[in-house]
Design a protein around this ligand. Structure first.
Ligand code: ADP
Ligand code: ZN
Length: 597
């Protein structure tokens, strides 16, 4: 069989290639050294797995993380492809078995950690083997200019020299032009064909909200996506723990994940999430590099990330399977001052880069226009003038109104109370509070006391955040007090107007549901979906693999909609290749038929 499309359909059960996949595969099959840059979830693995099935010899895949390798091998085996791993976790027997598979030519792919590849015994083994392709996954690790430099990767250059006839493939989700250059050079990529896929992931619905009561905002969001797998990313361990605890108290199936937990505990929590024994994982950035779970349906970033790059990596873990997924950024409050503090600890030149990064991130968070514009602009891509139609601002454009009078009240109250109190204190004064701490400071006597009763505290806070964003006030990094900037004067004197957004009244339940997911199923379909899901879980647990290795959500959804009655109809479903058809076809058709009966 030498038609890539046929192999795609027969082995992987997919109808067609994604853009860029085909170009990359053709280039590899023509024997060109190839560098592919595709976003997380873009479908990189297939780019080298498919040619591996067509080459006579072995494909070596270098990957930095053991859990990732194991996951890939599990998925390949489930599709009937013989692939093996070699790393430090194997028992001597397993090692021997896998070594035999490689020597005999039975294994088409071998996954290796870089340090395993560099061991003399591995190099000796590979010298006895016909190597057709050397693939370097997460190739940015080779570059000192990348964000995840790994010294072992540097030595891959020597290994490349040992297999001069093998085609070399490097893949990564993030590479600036400088890193790209570095990868191509280090690996001595001869013809060096480069392909850069679009970083747009149209199935990701993007939204951002200024923080008001962050945890309640999170809860409101989770209530809309309940039962679906999701990740909450937090900047610190402490927040991670406390958010996980609060969610658990409310009855969610949730665990935390951060570097403060023991390796065992971390592994356990990750496994539970991957096996659908948890719906939610609350994690620091430590979580995610090692997981390929394709059916994560939502990601919430609980505070402002330091760069678009890290933000997109994190939210990019949602919806790898191409089904709709939601990404929410909560930002503001103390976030900016915390990041500013971290930046100030860096060297001069690092500070400049970090500030630029932060500005890009703020542009994403604070834009009134389409969110994809600042996001894709960061990756050097242009976007349509009219917007994507698939982010919060496109769907529900914010209305901008004249808020000069209210802004004057707030600015003047900040001024009258001495420019050293937090926003909540100032708002209490505006709203006429006679709490002890207001009276103690004499703030019940200032002229702005009680002039803001027309608005509730939430509206005033929203205005305060906008004044901060507009640079009319600033917040003290250490104590959080608000003070006026030079620009505030013009607005206070009425020489300039201030235009801003009013928070929308809360949406009714029905409108929210409609927005949730386009792919929403009918009640009957949803009922069948749950039955199929239970079957999948049972089979997966029997085999000790994650449910998505059996079938993806997309496959289950298609079964619900097409109700296949025989194996031939079942083989047409997305993600069903020959091997899965024979292993699982009958079992799932039975579920469909018993549901109908
Ligand atoms: P990446 O490594 O780029 O983050 P993966 O290789 O893990 O992405 O692929 C993401 C998901 O997309 C996987 O679940 C994979 O099965 C699926 N996928 C890849 N290529 C295709 C395709 N041509 N059609 C349908 N699904 C695909
Ligand atoms: Zn948009």
């Amino acid at each position: 069989m030498n038609d890539p499309l046929k192999i795609l359909q027969r082995t992987f059960g997919y109808d067609s290639f994604r853009p860029t996949q085909k170009d990359v595969i053709d280039s590899i099959l023509e024997g060109n050294d190839t560098l592919a840059i595709m976003p997380t979830g873009g479908g990189k693995s297939l780019c080298y797995q498919l040619p591996a099935l067509m080459f006579d010899g072995l494909t070596i895949v270098v990957s930095p993380l053991i859990s990732l390798m194991q996951d890939q091998v599990r998925q390949l085996k489930a599709a009937g492809v013989n692939a093996v791993v070699m790393n430090s976790t194997l028992t001597p027997q397993e090692y021997e078995e896998n070594r035999y598979q490689v020597l005999s030519g039975d294994a088409k792919l071998v996954y290796l950690a870089p340090e395993t590849l560099l061991q003399p015994r591995t190099l000796e083994l590979l010298a006895l083997t016909d190597v057709s392709c050397l693939t370097i996954d997460e190739a940015h690790c080779i570059s000192q200019w990348g964000h995840d430099f790994r010294p072992e990767y540097r030595q891959l250059a020597d290994v490349r020299g040992r297999f001069p006839n093998a085609v070399c493939v490097a893949l990564t989700a993030t590479a600036t032009p400088r890193v790209r250059e570095d990868i191509a050079q280090s690996l001595d990529m001869a013809q060096n064909a480069q392909f850069v896929a679009s970083f747009d992931r149209p199935n990701l619905f993007l939204k951002a909200q200024p923080k008001d009561t962050a945890f309640n905002q999170l809860l409101a969001f989770i209530n809309q996506v309940e039962g679906d797998s999701g990740i909450v990313y937090c900047s610190t361990r402490k927040t991670t723990e406390s958010v996980a605890q609060k969610l658990e108290k409310r009855g969610f199936r949730v665990r935390a994940y951060h570097a403060g937990l023991s390796t065992d505990q971390r592994q356990k929590n990750q496994d539970m999430f991957i096996r659908d024994d948890l719906d939610i994982i609350v994690a620091t950035v430590a979580f995610g590099m090692g997981i390929d779970k394709p059916d994560v349906r939502w990601v919430v970033r609980y505070d402002m990330p330091q760069s678009i790059e890290s933000f997109y990596q994190e939210v990019g873990r949602a919806g790898r399977d191409g089904l709709p997924a939601e990404c929410l950024l909560l930002y503001g409050g103390q976030d900016l001052s915390t990041i500013e503090f971290h930046i100030s600890q860096k060297s001069q030149s690092e500070q400049r880069v970090a500030r630029q990064q932060l500005n890009h991130m703020r542009a994403f968070a604070e834009t009134h226009g389409c969110r994809r514009r600042p996001l894709l602009a960061y990756f050097g891509e242009e976007t349509a003038e009219e917007g994507c139609g698939h982010c919060d601002n496109c769907l529900d454009p914010p209305e901008v109104v004249d808020l000069t009078e209210q802004a004057q009240k707030l600015l003047s109250c900040i001024y009258r109370t001495g420019q050293r109190f937090g926003l909540n204190h100032v708002i209490d004064v505006l709203r006429g509070s006679t709490a002890e701490r207001i009276v103690r400071n004499g703030h019940d006597k200032v002229s702005t006391h009680g002039i803001g009763k027309d608005w509730d505290a939430q509206l005033w806070r929203a205005l305060g955040r906008q004044l901060l964003q507009a640079g009319l006030v600033k917040q003290d990094g250490q104590y959080g007090g608000y003070s006026l900037t030079a620009d505030a004067g013009a607005v206070l004197k009425g020489e300039k107007t201030f235009e801003g957004r009013m928070p929308k009244p809360k949406q009714s339940k029905s409108k929210r549901r409609r927005q949730k997911q386009v792919a929403d199923l009918s009640p009957q379909e949803a009922e069948l979906f749950e039955l199929l899901r239970a079957k999948r879980k049972e089979l997966a647990d029997d085999k000790g693999v994650p449910p998505y290795v059996v079938f993806s959500d997309r496959t289950l959804r298609e079964i619900c909609q097409q109700l296949p009655q025989d194996l031939s109809a079942f083989s047409q479903i997305h993600g069903v290749g020959a091997k899965k058809l024979s292993t699982y076809g009958e079992l799932f058709i039975d579920v469909v038929q018993s549901h109908r009966a």
